[in-house]
Design a protein around this ligand. Structure first.
Ligand SMILES: [Zn+2]
Length: 136
């Protein structure tokens, strides 16, 4: 990875695995301007997970869509963005246990989000439920 300030080569000076989001955190230093920045390596879930709709069609899983739907449900909170980030990590952790050979039923995703939001903020969970119903 090149420096975000000058484009020169960088060196990894520290790295940690992040159990919470199944990722790797790396501290990098530019060999030219000495700037320091952080990079994060995570799984590209759109490549490995598919969401199965009620009709049986498959769509690549989108962590961005998941984050947005959670963030929209938390918008009444002053800390909505950070809350949504952490809630998304929690949901992802649970989905990793629920997926089977990379397939997640859409109602599984909705149920997991519902349970996580319900424990965190009742209003957020009500708002989410109003917009995501999997009852045919
Ligand atoms: Zn640099």
């Amino acid at each position: 990875m090149v420096c975000v300030y000058c484009g020169s080569l960088t060196q990894v000076t520290n790295s940690r695995s992040q159990k919470r989001n199944n990722g790797v955190w790396r501290r990098r230093r530019c060999l030219h301007c000495q700037s320091i920045f952080t990079s994060l390596e995570t799984v590209d879930y759109a490549q490995v997970w598919n969401v199965q709709s009620i009709k049986g069609t498959y769509t690549p899983f989108s962590q961005d869509k998941l984050f947005l739907s959670i963030w929209q449900s938390c918008r009444h909170r002053a800390t909505a963005k950070e809350d949504a980030r952490q809630l998304t990590d929690t949901v992802m952790e649970k989905l990793r246990l629920k997926q089977q050979r990379g397939i997640l039923a859409v109602y599984t995703v909705i149920d997991v989000v519902q349970v996580v939001l319900n424990r965190f903020d009742k209003a957020a969970s009500v708002y989410y439920a109003a917009r995501h119903s999997h009852k045919p």
